[in-house]
Write a protein that binds this ligand. Structure first.
Ligand code: ADP
Length: 258
């Protein structure tokens, strides 16, 4: 089992941030995690990565139960791609060394780059369509280009679980679709890690993420097969308010009702 959360809650300052969240992710499944700002997504991800512990309930990740495991070892098996990560990297570095550093993040041996590592880094940069900007410093890349390099970097460590944490934030509509096409390609590869795609936007829901967890105000609103949950009616109810959700082929769009 990749994630086995049983009735986990997290309380702070008399506030219940997560309440009775039960979620099971099995090897080979790909999930979307959807919730508006403040619904508890980041808190749940921090817990999965072992930065905070449940106030109650039980959680195991990659078959490791918290309290009985070396969290640093566990984190090496998880790729968590977030905008915070981009800020920690050196802007002068070229994409290839950024990707290679993904291996160091995993094993911590800075002086052990092999030819195979170079080949793997290049193959990942190709997979993520990074060749047009492979020679440019990371700091000069657009947001969407940076995201692709970061995903390649995470894959360099061969994670068993890959979390894409709001990867489309700040992207224009073309860069967003470009990234989503690449993510879809990754998810459909037979050897891809189990992936969790985190978003607040129903328009980014890809059918290749066959399962979806809808989080609302710290609670599981619904969880199940994406095709069952992503009907316009259900998603309109999920968002509440004056939201209009419409289907366009395999995708949804969302707008505020005027
Ligand atoms: P999301 O990632 O979905 O935007 P978060 O997990 O960041 O949601 O936050 C969920 C809610 O919990 C928010 O209302 C946030 O203010 C609150 N929260 C998060 N961390 C803390 C904390 N350490 N203490 C108190 N409240 C917190």
């Amino acid at each position: 089992m990749i994630i086995n959360a049983d009735q986990i809650s997290w309380r702070r300052e008399n506030k219940v941030v997560l309440k009775d969240v039960t979620w099971q992710v099995r090897k080979g499944e790909h999930w979307s995690l959807v919730g508006l700002n403040g619904s508890g997504k980041t808190t749940l991800l921090k817990m999965i990565n072992g930065y905070i512990w449940p106030s109650s309930g039980t959680l195991s990740v990659l078959d490791q139960s918290f309290g009985q495991t070396d969290l640093r070892e566990l984190r090496k098996r998880i790729g968590w791609v977030s905008s915070a990560l981009a800020e920690q990297l050196r802007p002068v570095e070229k994409p290839e060394s950024i990707v290679l550093s993904g291996k160091f993040a995993s094993i911590g041996l800075y002086d052990s780059i092999t030819n195979d590592d170079h080949h793997q880094a290049k193959a990942l940069l190709d997979l993520l369509d990074c060749h047009p900007f492979a020679d440019r410093p990371f700091g000069t890349l657009s947001q969407g280009e940076k995201q692709r390099v970061l995903i390649a970097r995470a894959l360099m460590a061969s994670p068993e679980l890959l979390i894409l944490d709001e990867p489309c934030n700040g992207l224009d509509i073309f860069a967003r679709e470009r990234l989503l096409t690449i993510v879809q390609k990754l998810a459909s590869q037979s050897d891809s890690p189990t992936m969790i795609f985190v978003t607040h936007h129903v328009g980014e829901l890809l059918p290749c993420f066959e399962h979806t967890l809808l989080l609302k105000a710290g609670k599981v609103y619904q969880s199940g097969r994406t095709e069952d949950l992503m009907s316009p009616k259900n998603m309109t109810n999920f968002y509440g308010g004056n939201v209009v959700v419409e289907r366009h082929g395999e995708r949804l769009s969302m707008a505020i009702h005027s």
